[in-house]
Ligand binder design. Sequence first.
Ligand SMILES: NC(=O)c1ccc[n+]([C@@H]2O[C@H](COP(=O)([O-])OP(=O)(O)OC[C@H]3O[C@@H](n4cnc5c(N)ncnc54)[C@H](OP(=O)(O)O)[C@@H]3O)[C@@H](O)[C@H]2O)c1
Length: 287
Amino acid sequence: MAASLIAYPFGPAGRELPRVGQGSWQIPERGAAAEEAKLALRRGIELGMVHVDTAEMYGDGRAEELIGEAIQGLPRVELFIVSKVLPSNASYQGTLRACERSLKRLRTDYLDAYLLHWRGSQPLADTMRALEKLVDDGKIRSLGVSNFDVEDLEEAEEALERHPIACNQVLYHPWERGIEHRVVPWCEKQSVAIVAYTPFGRRSLPDAATPQGKLLSELAAKYAASVHAVILAFLTRRNGTFAIPKAASIAHVEANAKANQFRLDDAEIAQVEKAFPRPRSAELRMI
Ligand SMILES: NC(=O)c1ccc[n+]([C@@H]2O[C@H](COP(=O)([O-])OP(=O)(O)OC[C@H]3O[C@@H](n4cnc5c(N)ncnc54)[C@H](OP(=O)(O)O)[C@@H]3O)[C@@H](O)[C@H]2O)c1
């Protein structure tokens, strides 16, 4: 497991975390499926995927409630819980209030990171000021952003006075590598962690008979892992990039956790990069 740890925020002051964590968008909200999703989340934590991502938007707070239930009794210090404020709530006071609501639903005293979900119409400086106050007050351990291109990152950085941007959570999967042109180099230079959302691209994986599918299957066989784990290992090949797949079953969680146990070598990374080429455009896309 040690080989898979990287610092978050990326840089010397960061806490070490496994590269692959867990998402929670569209987690089943009620009934037996919700119970299974909670067990799956706990299994993931047990397997080291302690970085749990959520947002006030997911199920209108229901995802946060389910995570709050799932983590009851676990040592809080070992977890890394991240939530996000909706742009429409991201005024100065609105951000402070939204954070309190998230803490309550998650049944915790603090968040490890709190992010602006995407840039909206509220002045960015007001949101950043609120996030800094939340760090000062001990309600959040770090602050971050999501779906931010370089110009937005620069503006956020400019607005911050006391605390750095810990992470930028962005769409990143093998078919969507546009962030590698500008966003990744900027974040690496500034020690801002990249957190890859929708790592499987919400699409069918390539058939094993195609060159892409064959390559992924061969790598999966070599590492006794699934194709999904190979994709996660590929996305998190750089120090400073995490991934947060969402899985609602124990089988999927166990498959994803495998990605924290092996690293693709340079030649394999080059093969995957060639099979899933970068787009020409550096445009930042959102789901
Ligand atoms: N910041 C943002 O704007 C933003 C936007 C989108 C997502 N996110 C975050 O990123 C997380 C991940 O993104 P996502 O939920 O869009 O997509 P994703 O993680 O790429 O894909 C989730 C889908 O993959 C399936 N899956 C997971 N592991 C699998 C495995 N080992 N084998 C087969 N299928 C597997 C899941 O099935 P089951 O559920 O049936 O297990 C689910 O259908 C979200 O949950 C959320 O926390 C953030």
